[in-house]
Design a protein around this ligand. Structure first.
Ligand SMILES: Nc1ncnc2c1ncn2[C@@H]1O[C@H](COP(=O)(O)OP(=O)(O)O)[C@@H](O)[C@H]1O
Ligand SMILES: CC(C)(COP(=O)(O)O)[C@@H](O)C(=O)NCCC(=O)O
Ligand SMILES: [K+]
Length: 244
């Protein structure tokens, strides 16, 4: 049994795997890391490995205490990955993006893949059929857009996610929902169309906290897999064991 832990900029997601099957999913605040993991390990006392990656403030040290109980692996840029990294600044590429790219490479061999992770930020990552990681894009995520409109203006309220009635917002609230949600959807559909111009064939993997909300609103038909990062952690760890 393997406990995978993904530390994002908004929250921590975790899952216990038996082989490739998820036994249970968890999500919690960064301040609760130690107590939540202790609880998970009490319930799943057969966990032999804890596998983590972090783009947040939480560093490797926060996991070291668990080494008394099980094997701990904290992914870094020094690990082996199943793709050729063509990013011009490979050392600053987010470890979450590297894990997503690794998962896409392992799970969908010999084809072009576009991974879209709608989390704190939206990240786009493209890995071609020869397993070259080319890069992609980073833009503000859904909640970040609502918060920025409020934080950087005097008059805009902080709203929570709501599907807009119309693209012509007829009130401040509806105008914000239209701008944020429709802007988000048009951006993603626009990027997908742009990739289609360049690559005739590719599979799209949509993940992250807003993936489900997003999937049904896109013009392009895409199935969301909110667990893709955790699945990828599990698979990349297996790859590491086989290739070290
Ligand atoms: N319980 C939740 N807490 C925070 N954000 C959530 C929650 N459920 C859905 N979201 C949405 O998920 C997004 C954050 O996604 P997530 O994948 O958790 O981010 P990260 O991996 O960057 O921490 C936010 O834009 C928000 O709209
Ligand atoms: C772009 C990110 C902030 C996304 O983080 P997330 O939305 O998953 O919390 C993270 O991947 C990161 O810190 N990247 C470093 C810059 C880069 O990937 O080039
Ligand atoms: K992201």
């Amino acid at each position: 049994m393997i406990l995978t832990v993904d530390v994002g900029n908004t929250r921590i997601k975790a899952a216990v795997f038996e082989g490739s099957t998820v036994l249970e999913n968890f999500s919690f605040d960064k301040s609760k890391l130690t107590e939540k993991i202790e609880k998970i390990l009490e319930k799943f006392s057969n966990c032999s490995d804890l596998v983590a990656a972090s783009v947040g403030e939480i560093e490797k040290e926060s996991f070291l205490a668990f080494e008394k109980q099980l094997r701990v692996h904290f992914f870094t840029h020094e690990d082996v990955f199943p793709f050729h990294n063509k990013y011009a600044t490979p050392k600053t590429l987010g470890i979450d993006r590297m894990i997503l790219a690794a998962g896409a490479t392992l799970q969908f061999p010999k084809q072009n893949r576009l991974v879209i992770d709608a989390g704190t930020c939206i990240t786009y990552d493209f890995i071609d059929e020869n397993d070259n990681y080319l890069g992609g894009a980073i833009s503000p995520g859904l909640r970040l857009r609502y918060e920025s409109l409020h934080n950087f203006t005097a008059r805009l309220p902080l709203l929570t996610l709501e599907a807009p009635d119309n693209y012509i917002g007829n009130s401040t609230a509806q105008a914000i929902h239209s701008g944020v949600v429709n802007g988000f959807v048009y951006e993603i559909d626009g990027f997908i169309d742009e990739y289609r111009e360049q690559f005739s064939n590719f599979i799209i993997i949509l993940t992250g906290g807003d993936a489900e909300f997003l999937a049904k609103r896109l013009k392009n038909t895409i199935f969301a897999n909110s667990n893709f990062l955790l699945e990828s952690l599990n698979q990349t760890y297996q790859y590491k064991i086989d290739n070290d």
